[in-house]
Design a protein around this ligand. Structure first.
Ligand code: MG
Ligand code: MG
Length: 264
């Protein structure tokens, strides 16, 4: 059942979503060749807790960390550990924060210096597809209109659109109804209603769309080992159209100031 939120509830959720953006920015300041994903996870956890939040992912269905860090051919749900980040990598970082009982959930794909141009374009197009999808989140449209927009835009570049994982409703819980796939038919699925909040998160590959899960039960990789991008925003449906509750402003400022990262 889709849970409709009041204006006050949406404002609370926004605080959580903004804390996610600030956490991603804090992490972005430290991304460089030689750092391990475990070190970045520790930075995020410290930042979230010192700001009065709870890292939503930690312990969620047994997930052991505060961030999902997914490098290159890992699409999503990479578990922070001893893997070392290298120049030329692309690194998708997904973060969840619970603050005052409301969950924010947002992700961004970072490009280390020296990244290949075609990998950079993958990130750019994934981000563009997210914003094109958000434009479809108006009252009267349906989830399928958003899904179809993301799918057709990304496929027009020959990219793979991952089917196994989707966006979702968001509220006091990280995963609420409805499911928000990145593929689908126009005119299908739930209608957007005022007060809905959803997390939209295209997961797009440079190769084909097939993925597999590693034996750890989490790590999701492309079958052809092509790189993948994952970018996520939290969006409220209002009478005036979609309102993005999360923000990449601080993230993109941090990227600009980190010489180890390339702007996309
Ligand atoms: Mg997420
Ligand atoms: Mg999500």
């Amino acid at each position: 059942m889709i849970q409709i939120k009041t204006q006050e509830e949406i404002e609370q959720l926004r605080q959580s979503a903004l804390m996610v953006g600030d956490t991603l920015a804090e992490v972005a300041k430290h991304i460089k060749a030689g750092i391990t994903t475990k070190q970045l996870d520790a930075i995020a956890e410290e930042y979230i807790r010192s700001n009065g939040g709870i890292p939503t992912f930690k312990g969620y269905s047994g997930f052991p960390a505060s961030l999902c860090i997914s490098i290159n051919e890992v699409v999503v749900h990479g578990i922070p550990g001893d893997r070392v980040i290298k120049d030329g990598d692309i690194v998708s970082i997904d973060c969840g924060v619970t603050y005052n009982g409301w969950v924010g959930d947002s992700a961004y794909t970072f490009a280390l210096q020296g990244v290949r141009e075609d990998w950079k374009q993958l990130i750019k197009v994934t981000k563009e597809s997210l914003y094109l999808g958000i434009e479809k989140c108006t009252i009267g449209n349906r989830i399928g209109d958003l899904s179809n927009q993301i799918q057709t835009y990304c496929q027009s570049f020959g990219y793979g659109v991952v089917r196994e994982l989707c966006g979702h409703g968001l509220g006091r819980n990280m995963h609420e109804d409805p499911s928000v796939p990145n593929y689908g038919k126009k005119g299908t699925g739930s209608r957007f209603r005022e007060g809905m909040v959803i997390a939209i998160e295209p997961m797009i590959t440079l190769g084909n769309k097939e993925v597999f899960f590693e034996s750890d039960g989490w790590t999701c990789r492309t079958r052809d080992f092509s790189p993948a991008a994952h970018i996520e925003h939290d969006v409220a449906i209002t009478a005036n159209g979609p309102e993005i509750l999360s923000s990449f402003d601080s993230v993109e400022k941090a990227i600009k100031q980190n010489i180890n990262l390339e702007e996309i």
